[in-house]
Write a protein that binds this ligand. Sequence first.
Ligand code: CAA
Length: 240
Amino acid sequence: MARVAIVTGGTRGIGEAISLALKDAGMTVAANYGGDDAKAKAFTERTGIAAYKWNVGDHQACLDGVKQVEADLGPVDVVVNNAGITRDGTLMKMTYEAWDEVIRVNLGGCFNMAKATFAGMRSRGFGRVVNIGSINGQAGQYGQVNYAAAKSGIHGFTKALAQEGAKFGITVNAIAPGYIDTDMVAAVPADVLEKIVAKIPAGRLGQASEIARGVVFLTGDDAGFVNGSTLSINGGQHMY
Ligand code: CAA
């Protein structure tokens, strides 16, 4: 039986590349999305991957969403917590709402999805959780106290949950992408982005497929001894 994987934020950007790569690796994939119905529909038509709408920042919505995926596709073996948003601004300008929303979606989403799937993984003796952190959670980033805190939190969450899952055949790992060629990075002001790219030893932005490659590795049946690790994929921008 093919393993069933959920990729949150799985219809666009890095998430889309992950959904496609896990499908190519032989998994049955459910791509969660939070907002854009038209883009999700186009994604399903293009890829044949089912898309499911819920907000990962909403605890009950995650419980209900996973229940629906399991009813449609079977028990979930693999969760990739990829959904993330930015609400950049210096602390002086950042509203409480911009802080709260980013923490709730980016970090809370990992908790919510783990709560929805961990018991099943434990009972079946197998699970793979991959949390998408960020170089900006490792190194910090001017204008991102919310995002950097959430992503940094993801790295701690990963190491704690890895210890809880290990004896049940569940691994929990993180990937820390650098600056990847996606809509999120395209939203960074051009002059700021230019300065960032100048600091990447590879001399370019990363590709979403280069993150997906890491996810395929970490979710493989043969990756059971890789646990609690963070794989940095950032063109050498930050060596952690
Ligand atoms: N270090 C030091 N100072 C900086 C700075 C930096 N990196 N960036 C900006 N500043 C300074 C500016 O020089 C300016 O100083 P003065 O007032 O003395 O001239 C001051 O901060 C204000 O800068 P801005 O005019 O740019 O202020 P703003 O409020 O309009 O915007 C900002 C601030 C929102 C932080 C904007 O600079 C920005 O969007 N920066 C990019 C943040 C970023 O990299 N986000 C990553 C998004 S992609 C992502 O998150 C994916 C991932 O995981 C990698």
